[in-house]
Design a protein around this ligand. Structure first.
Ligand code: S3P
Length: 436
């Protein structure tokens, strides 16, 4: 259903219990690192979504056998750091920036050549941020205008010290993975606390990684111990349910088994700053990743000022935060978030344009936005632009808008949150999806 659209009506308050699928970032990494491990990894709670299934397909095309006894369980027959085979065809990363940027790090140091490509949407995204530092390490990569397709001619790599100009977990992870194949050690210096799942998983696999913030260093070679991992629920997917409760519920909702890695929980801090009451209980650890249950209570929201480290710690949550801000009393001001312009879409521009169709008043800034609420929204036809987080955010805006809202181009929701519409239906939302 490429032309799926969603209709949603504001209505009865939401209630019930919900769960969210596995973490997307950890699912990508578990697959890639499991392929490089010496032996069999078992991954439970894998996210079977468009982005992560693209990585699964690439890993299989690199000659790794992966069994999937059920949708969310993977058994990966890792063949060690040097066990990948040259793929016959270009590897298709679809819409997944994480797949392309992390695989580029692995493939740059192989003894063969290959091509990484993706959807028209991914071909528009900046790749110079990985190609330039990989070239500093000795990689031979060709691409036009810093964009995919990436033609990677495997070559010997040398370790470097690289100070990242932007806080990006994809760039950091790409270079750490390349560092496994380099001579000497590779150090990445990050300007902010970008998600650290790669480091945590590498440590759980006994790789020689040392973390001394803001420096992360990896030594080459060695043997990666296989993973035995239950992927936590994705806090970025949970964010949609948290905001749904805050804008449209009368009862608390509990979400079990959510990843609460501090590099990912900026949204919890932001919502707390806006007046939300979110309890974090039952903390445990899974392959070095903290996991907990979240309970969110309905509350009136107030505007807040958001910048600094909160930007990278909540980078994927700003589309849904814009919706929350329209319902919050007073001014919400986000700055320093220019990275939002190079995501699946330019999320500042696209969310501003689409929320305005629902009657929202938004002051768009080069690096953020200002929204003064609470605002009355009115149902309209809006466009998800093939960006999963934009489409889901607009569905939530529809929950707050009077009358009916239609979100076109929403099939992309399956890139990260298959079952999103069904989940909202279970909570009592008047929402349905239709093919065109
Ligand atoms: C991701 C890192 C972030 C994030 C993306 C997933 C990852 O991107 O926005 O959704 O899994 O490493 P950047 O590294 O471009 O900030």
């Amino acid at each position: 259903m490429t032309h799926m659209h969603i209709t949603v009506r504001s209505g009865g308050p939401l209630s019930g219990t919900a769960s969210v699928p596995g973490d997307k970032s950890i699912s990508h990494r578990a697959l890639i690192l499991g392929a490089l491990a010496d032996g069999t990894s078992e991954i439970r709670g894998f996210l079977p979504a468009g982005d992560t299934l693209a990585t699964l397909d690439c890993i299989r095309k690199l000659g790794i056998q992966v069994e999937q006894p059920d949708l969310t369980t993977l058994v990966i027959n890792g063949k060690g750091l040097y066990g990948l085979c040259p793929p016959d065809l270009p590897l298709d990363c679809k819409n997944a920036g994480t797949a392309m940027r992390l695989l580029a790090g692995v493939l740059a140091g192989q003894s063969y050549s290959c091509v990484l490509d993706g959807s028209p949407q991914l071909r528009r995204r900046p790749m110079a941020r990985i190609v330039d530092p990989l070239r500093e390490m000795g990689a031979r990569i060709e691409c036009a205008d810093g964009r995919a397709p990436l033609y990677i001619y495997g070559s010997p790599l040398r370790g470097v010290m690289y100070e990242m100009p932007v806080a990006s977990a994809q760039v950091k992870s790409c270079l750490l993975l390349a560092g496994l194949y380099a001579t000497g050690h590779t150090t990445v210096i990050e300007p902010g606390p970008a998600r650290d799942h790669t480091e945590r998983l590498l440590l759980a696999m006994d790789a020689a990684v040392s973390v001394d913030h803001p420096r992360i260093t990896v030594e080459p070679g060695g043997v990666l111990r296989p993973l035995d991992l239950t992927v936590p629920g994705d806090v970025s997917s949970a964010a949609f349910l948290l905001v749904a409760v805050l804008v449209a519920a009368r009862e608390a909702i509990q979400l079990a088994g959510i990843g609460v890695n501090p590099t990912r929980t900026g949204i919890l801090d932001i919502l707390a700053r806006m007046g939300a009451d979110i309890q974090v209980t039952n903390l445990s650890y899974e392959a070095g990743e903290p996991v907990a249950d979240l309970t969110v209570y309905p509350a009136g929201l107030q505007g807040a000022r958001i910048g600094g480290d909160l930007i990278v710690r909540a980078i994927d949550e700003f589309p849904v935060l814009m919706v929350a801000a329209t319902q919050a009393a007073g001014e919400t001001r986000v700055s320093g978030a220019q990275e939002l312009r190079v995501k699946e879409t330019d999320r500042i521009a696209v969310m501003t344009a689409e929320l305005r169709k629902l009657g929202a008043a938004i002051d768009e800034q080069p690096d953020g936005f200002v929204i003064v609420g609470p605002q009355r929204l009115a149902g309209a036809v809006v466009d998800g632009h093939g960006d999963h987080r934009v489409a889901m955010s607009l569905v939530l805006a529809g929950l707050c808008a009077e009358g009916e809202t239609t979100v076109k181009n929403a099939a992309c929701i399956d890139d990260s949150f298959p079952g999103f519409v069904e989940m909202l239906q279970t909570l009592g939302a008047e929402v349905e999806q239709n093919g065109e």
